[in-house]
Design a protein around this ligand. Structure first.
Ligand code: PLP
Length: 355
C-alpha cells in the first residue's frame, strides 16, 4: 500500500520552496551583504520599500529579529510596550523585549486579538512624576493566536491617529499582512501607511524558506542595520535567500485567497463534527482555531491521534488546536484532514456517566 503523504497544518512556515524559488536561488548573483554588496538582497530591499511606499527596507533572518530590532529602536529601558495579550512579541519571543531592550510588556486582552483605541488609551502613560512611560504600541495583523483575524482598517487608522496625538509610536507585526490585505481586498500599503514602522514575513504564507522584511524611515532602517549586526543577523552572501523572497513576493500574494478558501472549507467541515467547537466568524484568513474538548479529547490528545493518521495540527493551549493552510495543502488534503478528524472523534469512547 502506498502511504498517504502528510497533511501538515501545523503552520504556514512548513512549506517547501517552489520550483521557481529553487531556480532563482541557484542563479542569484550574490555579494557580501554585511558590506551592502549583495545585489539580490539590495534588489529585495528596494522592491519591498517600493511596494510599501516606504523610504527603506531591511532583510532580516526572522520575524522575531525584526520585531526585537524595532522594539530596541523605539523603546528606552524601563518603558512600556502596549500589545495584545496573545501577541507574538509577548507569548513567543521568550521575554526578549525585557532581556534585550529593558522593555516592560503591558499586555491588554481583546477578543480574537483585535485591539481598539478605547481599549489602549487607558494604558498610555505620559512622563509624569512617578509614572512609567509608554514607549511603543504594537499591533499584530493578522492576529496569529486570535485565529488569523484581521484588523478593520478604520480601527488601525484610529489607533495610529490616537497614538500620534499621544506622542507614542506604533509598530506593526505584519507577519501575515498579505493575508490581511487579501481578506480586506485592499493593497498592503493601504493598511500599513499610518504605522511608524512594520515588518512582514516572507517565510509564512508567501512560501519563502527564510526571512522577514523590516520597513520604515531611512533613519529607522539605518539604526535597524546596526542592531541587526549586534544580534549577529548580518548575513554574508544572502542573495540566495533574497532571491527566494523576490519570487515569494511574485507568487505568494495572488494565491493567498486559495489558502483562505481552504481554511473556510476546513472550518465548515469541522463545525459539523459533534464535540468540536469552532467560531466560524473568526475564520477570516488561513488559520482555524478549534476547541476539541467537547469530544472528550484534550487539544494534545486530539493532535496526537491525528498525527498517527498523518495529519499534523498544533495544540497551542489545553483546549485549543490551531490549523493553518498554506501553498502545500490542497483541497484533497483538507478533505483528508476532515475525514481523519471525523474518525478520531468518532472513535472516542464516551466516559461512563456519573451517577
Ligand atoms: C511567526 C510570527 C513571527 C515570528 O517570525 P519568525 O520568522 O518565526 O521568527 C512574528 N509575529 C507573528 C505574528 C508570527 O506569526
Amino acid at each position: 500500500m502506498i502511504q498517504e503523504s502528510v497533511v501538515d497544518l501545523r503552520s504556514d512556515t512548513v512549506t517547501q520552496p517552489t520550483a521557481a524559488m529553487r531556480r532563482a536561488m541557484a542563479e542569484a548573483p550574490v555579494g557580501d551583504d554585511a558590506y551592502g554588496e549583495d545585489p539580490t538582497v539590495n534588489a529585495l530591499e528596494r522592491r519591498t520599500a517600493e511596494l510599501f511606499e516606504r523610504d527603506a527596507a531591511l532583510f532580516v533572518p526572522s520575524g522575531t529579529m525584526a520585531n526585537q530590532i524595532a522594539i530596541k529602536i523605539f523603546v528606552l529601558p524601563g518603558q512600556d510596550v502596549i500589545c495584545e495579550e496573545q501577541a507574538h512579541i509577548y507569548q513567543f519571543e521568550l521575554g526578549m523585549m525585557a532581556a534585550f531592550s529593558g522593555a516592560l510588556a503591558r499586555p491588554v486582552s481583546a477578543a480574537w486579538g483585535i485591539l481598539d483605541w478605547a481599549r489602549i488609551r487607558p494604558y498610555i502613560r505620559a512622563a509624569a512624576a512617578g509614572a512609567g512611560r509608554t514607549g511603543l504600541i504594537e499591533l499584530e495583523n493578522t492576529a496569529n493566536l486570535g485565529g488569523g483575524t484581521v484588523y478593520p482598517q478604520d480601527v488601525t487608522d484610529q489607533i495610529c491617529e490616537g497614538a500620534r496625538e499621544a506622542g507614542v509610536p506604533v509598530f506593526l507585526d505584519g507577519a501575515r499582512i498579505f493575508n490581511a490585505a487579501v481578506a480586506l481586498g485592499v493593497s498592503p500599503v493601504a493598511i500599513t501607511r499610518k504605522f511608524d514602522a512594520l515588518m512582514f514575513s516572507l517565510s509564512k504564507g508567501l512560501g519563502a524558506p527564510v526571512g522577514s522584511m523590516l520597513l520604515g524611515s531611512r533613519h529607522f532602517i539605518a539604526e535597524a542595520r546596526q542592531i541587526r549586526k549586534m544580534l549577529g543577523g548580518a548575513m554574508r552572501q544572502a542573495g540566495g535567500l533574497a532571491a527566494a523572497g523576490l519570487v515569494a513576493l511574485d507568487e505568494g500574494p495572488p494565491r493567498l485567497y486559495i489558502d483562505h478558501e481552504h481554511a473556510r472549507q476546513l472550518a465548515a467541515g469541522l463545525a459539523e463534527i459533534p464535540g468540536l467547537g469552532i467560531d466560524l466568524a473568526s475564520v477570516q484568513t488561513n488559520i482555524v482555531m478549534l476547541d476539541p474538548t467537547g469530544s472528550g479529547l484534550s487539544a494534545r490528545e486530539f493532535a496526537e491521534r491525528l498525527a498517527t493518521r498523518r495529519v499534523l495540527v498544533k495544540a497551542i493551549a489545553e483546549n485549543t488546536v490551531r490549523m493553518v493552510t498554506h501553498c502545500d495543502v490542497d483541497h484533497a488534503g483538507c478533505e483528508r484532514a476532515l475525514r481523519v478528524a471525523r474518525e478520531v472523534v468518532g472513535s472516542v469512547v464516551p466516559p461512563l456517566q456519573q451517577s
